[in-house]
Design a protein around this ligand. Structure first.
Ligand code: LLP
Length: 456
């Protein structure tokens, strides 16, 4: 987090609050969010993309009612991808007209909830959804604004499970004329053009934009540029086919989320201002070259806002040195002759990203100034599963001991939101720190919570 420091006594503080005090008051594992850092990232996005652009915080990264209020108060819009996220945002008082609904399989109930709530727009993902949403809007006697989710065929260089814009995947409408078997009798139109045609033909839908999301944790601006160009080419074709009047309100190009953040010292993400300047430039230049009015730019960052402000505090438990046979292990632990397994009091239930994606994190001793020669170690959780790893390979100080606090950085995004109660582990508490004060925003789960769904 921006406001984390190692104080003179050796302990880390966040926004002026020592982590030792946080652990003593709220227990561990504990997710600590630097509120001012989170808010500053919201503002930084708005400034970078300009007053004319819409910045939607992707709530899947991390949503609670308190977080929704920060996002609302900083003037951002919100991207939700389920009825649950929508309900939490609305209960927090997030203005419905600033919310967009995503999803490849929205239920009729979710669509109806969205339309009834008066949300800003729905990002439609299939021809059958276009028909369903049109019917829902007709039933409610209203016209719903929509964006069309496109698959621009860009492969962002990121982990396979989290890249979403190559053609063979479940999201969106392909721009390629030969792709797709969903509709017949539409000549050689691409699935994307078929979707545009379907929305224009729907009495209770209004097409206001085109959407693309190429993946997550992206460092290379190139992918966004290619996607933007392809989306604008579709826009040009649509304007040519349907005419200026019919397409007058088709004025938004939403390039989704995906901005990468730094998890370890090897990561070097481009500054948001650079990315924003490049995207603004390409949208302006390309639309001018295609003879189009400059569309409004929209983006949906999640990780880049919520990730860095979060750190997870764990208490160190069992420390075990396990012999590593140089003949069978190829990594540095073999040279060391052993691997040090440092167990903490959470794990894959509060951060599944290492197990699921091979994500990399750093861990530091946060409760005191550590001493002693570094020992190559593996930070593991307390779950009954071998793959329950928090940090695969990291040095820990030689004097690491039970009871020390470890802090794992950049855990604000996709950790709590992907958490589980595996092994009946209660979810951790979440605390916001700001100006030297800590405020609980999500309490720790209890055994009562664990049994709260039981019907006996
Ligand atoms: N917009 C859409 C349509 C998305 O699908 C996503 C993320 C975002 C925005 C936000 O992307 P971000 O700015 O956070 O990269 N669980 C994975 C990440 C999955 C991202 C899914 N979609 C992880 O932990 O890395």
């Amino acid at each position: 987090p921006a406001h984390a420091r190692r104080e003179a006594d050796g302990a880390v503080s966040v926004a002026g609050v020592p982590v030792t005090a946080l652990a003593a008051e709220f227990g561990t594992p504990l997710l600590v969010i630097d509120e001012e850092d989170f808010r500053a990232r919201c503002r930084g996005m708005r400034e970078a993309f300009g007053a004319d652009a819409a910045v939607h915080y992707a709530s899947k990264a991390f949503l609670s009612m308190e977080i929704a209020r920060w996002v609302r108060d900083e003037g951002l819009s919100l991207d939700v991808c389920s009825g649950g996220e929508l309900a939490v945002a609305l209960r927090a008082g997030f203005p419905a007209e600033r919310i967009a609904l995503h999803g490849n399989n929205k239920s009729v109930a979710e669509l109806d909830f969205a339309v009834e709530s008066g949300i800003g727009h729905v990002v439609v993902d299939s021809l059958s959804e276009i028909a369903r949403l049109d019917a829902v809007a007709a039933e409610r006697n209203t016209v719903q604004e929509v964006l069309i989710r496109l698959t621009p065929g860009v492969e962002a260089h990121t982990h396979e499970f989290i890249s979403t814009a190559h053609e063979d995947q479940k999201f969106g409408f392909s721009l390629a004329a030969t792709a797709g078997r969903e509709a017949s009798g539409a000549g050689s139109d691409s699935p994307a053009m078929q979707a545009v045609t379907a929305v224009f033909a729907a009495d209770n839908l209004r097409l206001v934009g085109l959407h693309s999301h190429i993946g997550s944790q992206i460092f290379d601006v190139n992918g966004f540029e290619i996607a933007a160009r392809r989306v604008l080419e579709l826009l040009r074709d649509v304007v040519a086919r349907f005419g200026a009047e019919k397409t007058a309100q088709l004025s938004t190009i939403d390039l989704g989320g995906g901005l990468g953040i730094s998890y370890t010292a090897h990561d070097d993400p481009p500054p948001v201002t650079d990315l924003a300047a490049k995207l603004r430039h390409i949208v302006e230049a390309e639309s001018a070259a295609l003879g189009l009015a400059t569309p409004h730019l929209a983006v949906e960052p999640g990780r880049a806002i919520a990730g860095p402000p979060g750190i997870t505090l764990y208490e160190v438990g069992t420390i075990k040195d396990v012999a590593v046979d140089a003949a069978s292990a190829s990594d540095a632990a073999a040279a060391q002759g052993f691997r040090r397994y440092v167990s903490v009091d959470g794990g894959m239930s509060d951060n599944i990203r290492t197990a699921l994606y091979g994500a990399e994190y750093t861990a530091v001793v946060a409760s005191r100034d550590p001493q002693g020669a570094p020992v190559l170690s593996r930070i593991v959780g307390k779950h009954c599963e071998t793959g329950d790893i928090v940090v695969r390979d990291t040095d820990t100080p030689g004097d690491l001991a039970e009871g020390d606090l470890l802090a794992v950085a950049a855990t604000g995004a996709y950790c709590y939101s992907m958490s589980s109660r595996y092994n009946m582990q209660p979810r951790p508490a979440v605390v916001a720190v700001k100006d030297g004060a800590a405020r609980l925003i999500l309490r720790r789960e209890t055994v009562d919570d664990l049994v709260s769904l039981e019907v006996l």
